[in-house]
Design a protein around this ligand. Sequence first.
Ligand SMILES: *Cc1c(COP(=O)(O)O)cnc(C)c1O
Length: 425
Amino acid sequence: MKIKTNKVDTLCAQEGYDPKNGESRVCPVYNSTTYYYESASKMADCFDLKSDGYFYSRLAHPNGTVLEKKVSALEGGKAGVACASGQSATLFTILNCCNQGDNVVASQAVYGGTFNLLKITLNRYGIETRFVDPRASKEEIEALIDEKTKLIFAETVANPAIIVLDFDKFAGIAKKHGIIFAVDNTLASPIMCRPLEHGANVVTHSTSKYIDGHAVALGGIVIDGGNFKFIGNHRYPLFNEPDESYHGLVYGNLDAPFATKIRAQLIRDLGAIMSPNSAFLTTLGCETLALRMRKTVDNASLVAHFLVNHPSVEWVHHPSLEKDENYALAQKYMPSGVTGMMSFGVKGGREAAVKFMEGLKLIGIETHVADLRSCCLHPASTTHRQLSDEDLIASGISDNLVRLSVGIEDSSDIIQDLAQALDNL
Ligand SMILES: *Cc1c(COP(=O)(O)O)cnc(C)c1O
């Protein structure tokens, strides 16, 4: 953009792509795996990271760059890396700082896919995760840290537990021990919360959720805050020592060490980059992110207040409710709203929850969340179906729990749909 601003509506609409005279207003889809050069030395400069030209779409392509610039600006970061999915964004964040034998201290209230990745898959490759209740005391969290701890990881708003992160507590611990603090900001989006302003060093997203917002493209992104001092920090030899696979580059000396190292090593070697077409669709969605988020959180607050007063509803978890245990943290970090995600319990157990969902006409039944269309899910009979009733209780999922993702339809239509389904029980 030709002006400098940190206003999110302007960044959503215009950041990331500046056409020159007579060029297309919108960055077109670059369906090309490779890029043409007249001289070998010009291409060599790209390989050496001396020039930022494109050469092969597994490493970078213009559509990815547009999205990375836009989301990075929205988060207040230095640079971003667009990945094939939210899962690969999380994976790269961990592999970028952990070797075999290292460990991660992570909130136990994280997305199910993240939990499996950390607990089972990465553990198999020798990267251990020490899970902690995000509401634990500073001392309890610090007790898990040792010299092999390379990352502290949590979600701004935990999916699906809807626990709001105590940023000051986690950032304080990370800073004191000189450890990278990474936050998955998927459910809040940079419109409701910017983790870098609250002490995070790295922000990740499943862009498949609010950033795309239309349920059309799978993707993820890692944003480097450029605010972590690697040089001289003995925890991070990978950022202090020359990279032999990159002619002796020392990542810690760069402006965006975390993002550059992900692209130069991990995207290069593991390949999970976002496709040009997905980046195009995700960018298009992101142009209206600020508008959609405001409508989403306003609707969610109205819906949560309706549900909490309905006689067929046992309980509701949403941080907009004054009695919610996350209300104070939500007010502190996200005063203009948190997320469209909520969960609630239908009176009458599993059967009532299923009957309620089958009575819905407007709200769809989907495993997706953070779509502009309202949707819901009954975890006990779908995503958590294999668990026994005892295991369900242990994982905090009661058999009458309904997960609801409120969209941008007219709030009175959403509420009317919920009302008719509840009144029919
Ligand atoms: C969906 C989700 C992910 C995983 O993202 P995918 O794009 O599905 O791979 C990670 N974190 C959170 C909080 C999510 O909701």
